[in-house]
Each structure stands twice: as structure tokens, then as C-alpha cells.
Design a protein around this ligand. Structure first.
Ligand code: SF4
Ligand code: SF4
Length: 101
């Protein structure tokens, strides 16, 4: 599923620390783009470039194993950056309290 959703390769801020992962599987459940797989009691990032930086995985990971700069890589932010000539930014998820895209 994830292969259909890509914006710009290699710019996603998503990071995951496997040493902090409990293997609960929540990240794989909440990710709308199938970025994570959970095997052998640990999650891993299987498709990083499919991430749209919605922040759902980091918000729901009780172990604090996931970091992502929410909203920077979403389509709206990238288009805003193109228009303004500045860094990608959007006003739909930057406060960490909501998601977008
Ligand atoms: S939500 Fe966090 S602790 Fe649970 S599997 Fe994913 S990375 Fe590991
Ligand atoms: S930020 Fe959103 S799209 Fe990216 S891995 Fe987490 S849940 Fe999936």
C-alpha cells in the first residue's frame, strides 16, 4: 500500500530506536501508510519514504521509541515551501495536537 504514497525521497524525518521498542505493534496499527512492520518482538521501518509525517506513530508509542518532525514532509508543507521559497511548513499539524493529510 505504502508504495503509492510518496512525496520527495530521502527527506523524511522519521526515526525509530529499536532498543526502546516493546514490540506492542501500535505504530503499525496507527500508521496509515504501512511504514512499520513488527517482527520478532520489535518494530522496524520498512518503507520510510512512504511516511507523510502525520505524527500518529510517535504520539501513540508509549515507549518513546519514535521521533518524527510532524507536518514538515506533508504535501501541503512541501507545496507551501515551493510557493514561498522557504522551508516546508504548514499550519495543520505543527503544534503536535492534530494531524493532517
Ligand atoms: S509503538 Fe513504539 S513500542 Fe510499540 S512497536 Fe511501535 S515503536 Fe515499538
Ligand atoms: S508519521 Fe504517520 S505516516 Fe509516518 S510512519 Fe508515523 S504514522 Fe506512518
Amino acid at each position: 500500500m505504502g508504495g503509492r504514497f510518496r512525496y520527495i525521497p530521502g527527506v523524511v524525518t522519521l526515526r525509530m530506536d529499536p532498543h526502546r521498542c516493546s514490540g506492542c505493534g501500535v505504530c503499525a496499527q496507527v500508521c496509515p501508510h504501512g511504514v512499520f512492520v513488527v517482527e520478532g518482538g520489535t518494530a522496524s521501518i520498512a518503507d520510510r519514504d512512504a511516511c507523510m509525517e502525520c505524527g500518529a506513530c510517535a504520539l501513540n508509542c508509549a515507549s518513546g521509541a519514535i521521533e518524527v518532525e510532524q507536518g514538515v514532509g506533508c504535501a501541503r508543507a512541501i507545496i507551501n515551501g515551493w510557493i514561498t521559497g522557504g522551508p516546508p511548513s504548514c499550519d495543520c499539524g505543527g503544534d503536535g495536537s492534530s494531524t493532517c493529510c
